[in-house]
Design a protein around this ligand. Structure first.
Ligand SMILES: [Zn+2]
Length: 127
């Protein structure tokens, strides 16, 4: 049977990517000696050389590395840069959550206008 809408997609409740700032830093390469990692290289101090394209067969496995230009190879970033990037993930989450909550309210309002029989029909057949 032909369906007009793609199946399998359903917006789910958004979740925060990182519960707090410390976990954000940890996920981006912080460790005991490097609390605020460089975000460009995730605290590694090295990046894949953009002038050395990946092998079509072996991919990035044997790609040449160079010192990360953002941190000059130290792997260290700044607290402010990490804070800023963390704030951006929180803002993006809040925007997604607001939109999700708006849709939930719309659905609730729509269901409130339906009769019991209409709700039963939607439940049994879908939309
Ligand atoms: Zn770096």
């Amino acid at each position: 049977m032909h369906r007009e809408f793609a199946t399998g997609f359903r917006r789910t409740r958004p979740r925060r990517s990182y519960k707090n700032f410390g976990l954000f830093c940890l996920a981006h390469g912080s460790d005991i000696g490097n609390r605020y990692p460089c975000l460009a290289c995730r605290g590694q101090g090295r990046i894949d050389d953009p002038a050395d394209p990946p092998c079509p067969v072996k991919g990035f496995k044997h790609v040449r590395h160079i010192d990360c230009p953002a941190c000059r190879g130290s792997g260290k970033g700044t607290k402010e840069a990490c804070r800023q990037a963390y704030r951006e993930t929180v803002d993006a989450y809040c925007q997604e959550k607001d939109e999700y909550d708006r849709l939930v309210r719309l659905r609730k309002a729509a269901f409130a206008r339906l009769t019991k029989d209409e709700i039963t029909a939607l439940r049994e057949l879908g939309v």
